[in-house]
Ligand binder design. Sequence first.
Ligand SMILES: NC(=O)c1ccc[n+]([C@@H]2O[C@H](COP(=O)([O-])OP(=O)(O)OC[C@H]3O[C@@H](n4cnc5c(N)ncnc54)[C@H](O)[C@@H]3O)[C@@H](O)[C@H]2O)c1
Ligand SMILES: O=C(O)C[C@H](O)C(=O)O
Length: 330
Amino acid sequence: MSQPSTPVKVTVTGAAGQIGYALLFRIASGQMLGPDTPVELNLLEITPALKAAEGTAMELDDCAFPLLRGINITDDATKAFDGVNVALLVGARPRSAGMERGDLLEANGGIFKPQGEAINAGAADDVKVLVVGNPANTNALIAQSHAPDVPAGRFTAMTRLDHNRALAQAAAKLDIGVDEISKMTIWGNHSASQYPDLFHAMADGKSIASQVDQDWLENTFIPTVAKRGAAIIEARGASSAASAANAAIDHVATWVQGTPEGDWTSAAVVSDGSYGVPEGLISSFPVTSDGTEWSIVQGLDIDEFSRGKIDASVAELGEERDAVKQLGLV
Ligand SMILES: NC(=O)c1ccc[n+]([C@@H]2O[C@H](COP(=O)([O-])OP(=O)(O)OC[C@H]3O[C@@H](n4cnc5c(N)ncnc54)[C@H](O)[C@@H]3O)[C@@H](O)[C@H]2O)c1
Ligand SMILES: O=C(O)C[C@H](O)C(=O)O
């Protein structure tokens, strides 16, 4: 069977970083967009990291991936996002010793504002954006607010890693396979305040919350999932990379393929006010995709315990938005 001739343009920022290294080979091999979709990769890096990006590109060549139709390496966001169909914004400024939260938000504003502007100026009409670089939700908000011509729903931030972590922890507790669990949800921010929800997650036809004790749910499950990123950093001496790249692949694959009937996933999307999350915040929700657009799952009952947890994480997102507003970044 002949392949479609026009490759999908995929831009990866921070391409020479650890997540970039775990991500690019999987995109080029077809694991993100499928075995029939050729891709062209744009690698965006800061100038000092261009040489390392070239090394990664040499290795990509050496894999002789049949679907990989071209690699462009640049430190110019305008070039990197020209005609882009899928933009994975991974590169971000990490917090260094002595850096205040405001400094971190400002430093990231210096990255995500021009990238949002470049996406606005040059991206393809169907562009889909996933922000991975932390603080992911607020970085996505900054980029989205500088891309007024792109539908807001095309900007998303990654909570699929948290979702996958929640699946793994719940499956281990129930001694079942992760594929026996449906309707897992991460609510709120990709931070320690996030709320992994077992009240709507289902296994064996019943809510998982009804199959575990409340003490485990509150004092083991939630903190284990919410603080997993810090635990990986503590153990590895570096933040999660392969699992983060895997989650980015999952996020985009689900976006373009659609969610299976009767299930949903988690993604941080622009709030339309659902579940009391202020409109415009980029917050994680239970979402479905029809292969083109994400929709927030409607009509779930939220009990008092869940309400408190969702509100706390959303309040943190509101504070981040206020801080970047004060800095003139949104
Ligand atoms: N959302 C999530 O679930 C999740 C999970 C893991 C990591 N992260 C975040 O992902 C980000 C990347 O992690 P990593 O381990 O790959 O970091 P890394 O430090 O290994 O790589 C980051 C890369 O980004 C590049 N970069 C910096 N500024 C850039 C810019 N303006 N344009 C293009 N590239 C730029 C750097 O040169 C570097 O190569 C971090 O912010 C990390 O906290 C998010
Ligand atoms: O990079 C981090 O701070 C942690 C990362 O977001 C993760 O969840 O693994």
